[in-house]
Design a binder for this molecule. Structure first.
Ligand code: PMP
Length: 375
């Protein structure tokens, strides 16, 4: 099987798995235990925390370890908003967000908050002019992703930080889940930032929330007070040390991987450019190519590729807020048949030239097989 679904999850680095196993064997202790072994585990936890903060160039931030980006996003939104109610009611977000943002904001609407969507440019980025227009003194929360998981568009986070300097009441949250190792975004100035280890070749079940001012965060669920009393529950030290290892390897290799995937991205686009029923979405971060077999259903294309040993994903399945169709592709004003026929090809650290060659052959073969179905 040839894997092109790295935006869904990645294969862990061998080194990250080794770190996970070694920590599980030698430091299985509870980091909250006050005996010597617990203290040693707690020391390792703090070493990993500092390492991750330094690798992200956020040495003055705090980092709360969580189980996933879903959990980090939920904590950032629920914890902040419930304590900001008296200052305003408006939340600004993009049209491009993941369900772990969209569905929490839907809950917040039910609690009386107003959610406004910032417009999207034709290449899938937040429209900064519209952002500025929508900002006012009632805005208490702004949330966006750093890199879109459907087409790979990189968002103007640094510019948003700058714009928000005039709105100190507004908390700025960034869902950086897809962005790690794939952009050079400087997150300094952002109030909270979510990450998830399994998106950068770490182990599943480990995430983080970077926090500029810890005092602004309150527990969402209650327990023994771990992780600064923001996220109680026995700390997943093996997952965390593995995440630190995976982050280091990802960032060390980022440039060479970027270059290689950029080349692969061009090859894939080039291979389908003369196939008239294929529409390819704009390119930004090179690891994603989103293309539509117009006239066919994305699921049919995914299954046809899967039969040929190629694993990709649909994008229409990620719908949640607006309709059955994917929000990101809708925000880019794609017609229904383009959205329905879309697939997401996502590459990663382990993608090779042979994989790309096999993908290209399979795409052409599926195109031929679908024949008259295509428009
Ligand atoms: N945000 C984005 C942009 C994502 O792509 C994902 C994963 N699909 C998540 C959040 C949720 O991450 P996790 O699997 O760690 O909950």
């Amino acid at each position: 099987m040839i894997y092109f679904d790295n935006a869904a999850t990645t294969q862990p680095f061998k080194e990250a798995l080794e770190t996970f196993n070694t920590t599980s064997e030698k430091y299985f202790y509870n980091t909250a235990s006050i005996h010597q072994a617990g203290k040693n585990a707690a020391k390792l936890l703090e070493t990993a925390r500092k390492q991750i903060l330094d690798l992200m160039y956020l040495p003055d931030y705090d980092l709360v370890f969580t189980s996933s980006a879903t959990e980090s996003n939920n904590i950032a939104i629920l914890s902040t908003l419930r304590h900001k109610k008296q200052f305003g009611k408006t939340i600004l977000t993009s049209e491009l967000e993941h369900p772990s943002i969209v569905n929490v904001l839907a809950e917040m609407k039910d609690e009386g908050f107003i959610v406004k969507y910032i417009k999207t440019t034709s290449v899938g980025k937040i429209d900064l002019e519209d952002f500025k227009e929508k900002l006012d003194s009632d805005v208490i929360f702004v949330t966006t992703m750093s890199l879109n998981n459907i087409i790979g568009s990189v968002q103007p986070i640094e510019q948003m930080v700058k714009i928000l300097e005039d709105y100190p009441k507004a908390h700025f949250h960034v869902d950086a889940t897809q962005g790690i190792g794939k952009t050079d975004i400087d997150y300094k100035g952002v109030d909270t930032i979510s990450i998830s280890a399994h998106k950068f070749n770490g182990v599943k079940g480990t995430g983080g929330l970077f926090v500029k001012t810890l005092d602004n965060l309150h527990p969402v669920f209650y327990g023994g007070g771990h992780e600064y009393n923001v996220r109680s529950g026995t700390v997943n030290l093996p997952g965390i040390t593995a995440m630190a290892k995976a982050l280091r390897l990802t960032l060390n290799n980022a440039r060479s991987v970027h270059k290689r995937l950029n080349d692969f991205n061009e090859q894939i686009r080039d291979a389908v450019k003369d196939l008239k029923s294929i529409k390819v979405q704009p390119k930004d971060a090179p690891y994603i190519v989103n293309m539509s077999f117009v006239g066919a259903k994305g699921e049919v294309v995914v299954n046809a590729l899967s039969k040929r040993g190629i694993l990709v994903s649909t994008t229409s399945a990620c719908a949640s807020r607006l309709a059955e169709l994917n929000e990101t592709l809708l925000a880019l004003k794609n017609p229904g048949d383009v959205i329905e026929g879309s697939i997401r090809i996502s590459m990663g650290h382990y993608t090779t030239q042979d994989d790309v060659d096999a993908l290209v052959t399979a795409l052409k073969s599926v195109y031929e097989e679908l024949g008259d179905v295509l428009k």
